[in-house]
Design a protein around this ligand. Structure first.
Ligand code: AMP
Length: 402
């Protein structure tokens, strides 16, 4: 069901509650990488340019005890946001009460206010009560009462049911809507999985099979091919009877890997050679091996024949979804497979290429291929949940379009 968009709302003179993802690194009281703040600007600008009074909410990190709070204040974010917009941003250092309510009452059309980190509500009077992360019904109701309409543009938390997303949306008297970032994520990930242009190829990598079982399971019914690389490939190779030496192996998932391979038939594409190392170190001795990996050696990247095989599978793809690196990309000597796959995806001008968040996003950015891909998802957990075919509560709670 399509969701109401921020562009469908009447914003003029309205108090617009907005859930954004300002979960940015803070060092010495200053914002480090401000990508997430920059990414939120179009929706904030749209709201204030349409005379809304923007009341912004976000979480920052985790708060489990009172002492966690000072380092997780959103004040530095208010300062950076104000610079980026070249406009004052009122920062309210609390998450409820008179100070917040008065500040909201004082807002004029087009003004912006940032509420303190929503997870301050997780610790009250020194106790870890998880009011925000546990979606305390009273908290969602209270926050919802502070505004007229709600805009959720935080995809990264959409797979979680928190007071500041699901709580507010389900208690809003007025409409709730998705912002531009969220809309883009739904469009690309949703279309890729539910209505892909074919052939649809999924590339899955990363450390563990156990993290991606739900994704493999769901995509087996959707994709034309599933390419498996990274550490998780070795559990599949072991299930085929290959020796994997000291490579990453989940022994308790070998049977499951066998079942998946039986179901998948030739849909599943596994590595045919590997770059193996004599220790987990960038400066380890390395060699490329086809077939069995001897004890004392571990596979840390896919080999050149595998890159060629994967490219041949990807050649005619019209939709590609990628989640998880092909090797230990953090070490330059084992980043080649991930880089080659990323570069090849970048060259597929006829295909919609989507990177599904988390480590793969970090990999394509670090390797400088992000610009050549169609969509880089901002949410690791949220995009995995999407690829598992599950409902994202943060999106579900938004008003349906008529
Ligand atoms: P994930 O969070 O499941 O996507 O896993 C990402 C992590 O998997 C990265 O930190 C990679 O270094 C790691 N990884 C990828 N391939 C391998 C491998 N062959 N051996 C060990 N770790 C790997």
């Amino acid at each position: 069901m399509a969701k109401v968009s921020v562009t469908d709302l009447d914003l003029n003179g309205k108090k617009v509650l907005m859930r954004l993802d300002f979960n940015v690194p803070i060092k010495d009281g200053k914002v480090g990488d401000d990508n997430r703040i920059v990414a939120a600007l179009p929706t904030i600008k749209y709201v204030i340019e349409h005379n809304g009074r923007a009341i912004l909410f976000s979480h920052l990190g985790r708060i489990k005890k009172e002492e966690d709070k000072p380092a997780k204040s959103l004040k530095p974010v208010a300062e950076r946001l104000s610079k980026l917009l070249d406009k004052p941003v009122t920062f309210v250092p609390v998450t409820e009460g008179k100070q917040l309510e008065d500040a909201i009452d004082n807002l004029k059309d087009g003004d912006i206010l940032l509420v303190q980190n929503t997870r301050y509500e997780d610790v009250k009077d020194g106790k870890y009560v998880k009011r925000e992360s546990g979606n305390d019904p009273e908290l969602g109701k209270y926050w919802a009462s502070l505004g007229d309409v709600f805009v959720n543009d935080a995809f990264g938390t959409a797979h979680r049911s928190h007071a500041s997303n699901v709580g507010i949306a389900s208690n809003m008297k007025g409409k709730s809507a998705v912002g531009f970032l969220m809309e883009k994520e739904i469009k690309f990930l949703g279309n890729a999985v539910d209505n892909p242009e074919r052939p649809f190829v999924a590339i899955l990598g990363g450390a563990k099979v156990s993290d991606k079982i739900g994704v493999i399971d769901h995509l087996l019914g959707k994709a034309d091919k599933i390419i498996i690389g990274g550490g998780m490939a070795y559990t599949f190779l072991a299930a085929k009877g290959m020796k994997v030496g000291n490579s990453l192996l989940e022994k308790d998932k070998i049977d499951l890997a066998k079942q998946i391979m039986d179901r998948a038939g030739d849909k599943l594409v596994l590595p045919v050679d590997n770059v193996v190392a004599d220790k987990f170190d960038n400066d380890a001795n390395t060699k490329v091996v086809e077939g069995d990996i001897d004890d004392g050696w571990q596979g840390l990247d896919i080999g050149p024949k595998t890159v060629a095989l994967f490219e041949s599978v990807l050649k005619d793809a019209k939709t590609v979804v990628w989640n998880g690196p092909m090797g230990v990309f953090e070490m330059p000597n084992f980043a080649k497979g991930t880089l080659a796959v990323g570069k090849y995806l970048g060259s597929l001008s006829q295909a919609t290429t989507i990177v599904g968040g988390g480590d793969s996003t970090a990999a394509v950015k670090q390797l400088g291929v992000a610009d050549q891909l169609t969509h880089i998802s901002t949410g690791g957990g949220a995009s995995l949940t999407y690829l598992e075919g599950k409902v994202l509560p943060g999106i579900q709670a938004i008003t349906d379009k008529d």
